[in-house]
Write a protein that binds this ligand. Sequence first.
Ligand SMILES: Cc1cc2nc3c(=O)[nH]c(=O)nc-3n(C[C@H](O)[C@H](O)[C@H](O)COP(=O)(O)OP(=O)(O)OC[C@H]3O[C@@H](n4cnc5c(N)ncnc54)[C@H](O)[C@@H]3O)c2cc1C
Length: 451
Amino acid sequence: MEDLFVIGGGLAGCEAAWQAAKRGLTVRLYEMRPIRPTPAHKTGNLAEIVCSNSLGSTLPNRSTGTLMHELQRLDSLLLKCAQESRVPAGHALAVDREKFSQKVQAALTACGRIQIVREEITAIPENLSILASGPLTSPALAQSISQLSGSENLYFYDAVAPIVTAESIDMTVAYWGSRFGRGEKEEGDYINCPFNSRHEYEHFVQELIAAERIPLRGFEAEITSGVQAGKGKYFEACLPIEIMAARGKDTLSYGPLRPLGLRDPRNGGRPYAVVQLRQDDLAGTYFNLVGFQTNLTHSEQARVFRLIPGLQHAVFVRYGQMHRNTYIYAPDVLKPTLQCRQIPQLFIAGQISGVEGYLSNIASGLLAGINAARYFQAKDLIQLPNTTLLGALCEYISTPNPHHFQPMSASFRLIPPFENKIRNKTDRYKAYARRSSSDLNHYLNGFNEAI
Ligand SMILES: Cc1cc2nc3c(=O)[nH]c(=O)nc-3n(C[C@H](O)[C@H](O)[C@H](O)COP(=O)(O)OP(=O)(O)OC[C@H]3O[C@@H](n4cnc5c(N)ncnc54)[C@H](O)[C@@H]3O)c2cc1C
């Protein structure tokens, strides 16, 4: 029998399994795909990236950049795999999702202590385990998890953006470019589809708002009226584009379609609004529509998104879609070490633990893997300082919250401010990043052994 079970071979579960195995434990990693699919995953690959292929900005004064630095210091496998499967995306760390999964799978297989079992787990095991079954946890397991906290499961709605083939984009209309020329490639990292007039843009917005949406079913029905009014129980960081458009006709041109720093290189003109497309695979065969998560029917996506200049003949290889997400009420269930309050041999990581975003999910898996190994070895569990982004995130999700609890990504908003306020935001964030790095080093160096 293996020392540790990990349920879910996604972002958190793969990182957790590797961290525990690296510390000498034998691990059984359960992944139900491809035998039992989820509504969003497309393959049986481990660590499949389900939507945007970007893990966020690498800039040190951004929270994702700082979290990447922390993950690097803590020797994250998945960050390394992401860096090795990187595609051009300006300052963002975007990956070829297929390559990324292959690298993760190869590393887990090569490690020799991880057994990968393709099987659905329907109840929380009694031995030492890490639960990392993600936002699309299978219903039987979700039922078992709901009994954990005594409070009912929470959920919100999330959506995926469509992907088109590169060769179907009309490059006589669209053009390459990165905001303010800050790309890795000379011509720019994004394909930009410009709305050159207000009239063209407004026509698109009208069609988008009026387009047919996929009707909500069963458990989703209770919020149907809210959705129609544009006020559904969505996660604000991943709103469907049609919901955003319905908030006001300028919402998109000031939001994901803002043309700032994106002049047309052919005539120097500044478009009224721009849809950006980001490379989705290393070969540059596919591009995703940035910010275009949607719940429109497939035929309406094809019709309405072909109104975007340059996409009139777009070939869709994946349509956008919307999903339920499941997560526990972490303040009742978890300690900041990601150990379950009621069941000490159970650790919970990833989106099901109440963290949000690819990088934060990887980071929580990393901590759960380290702590499960330390628990097995009867060592004190680690709780990172709350001046680090990972420490602050774990403290946030495990602290009773008087407001409505929603999954949270690692963010500078969660860490304690300096006594002497730094007014300039860039300087403040740079100072936070420096403090995170030095406090993390100080904390790790305080142990007599390598963590
Ligand atoms: C539709 C959608 C779109 C998203 N888009 C983005 C985005 O663009 N950017 C972003 O940063 N984040 C996004 N997220 C949020 C989140 O970052 C990802 O879902 C991320 O993959 C979560 O990592 P995880 O390890 O918690 O779960 P996952 O990566 O989903 O891994 C969980 C794994 O557990 C498996 N599993 C589930 N139940 C069982 C069971 N009973 N037995 C065995 N295995 C099981 C699943 O098959 C899956 O492989 C999105 C989420 C969803 C649902």
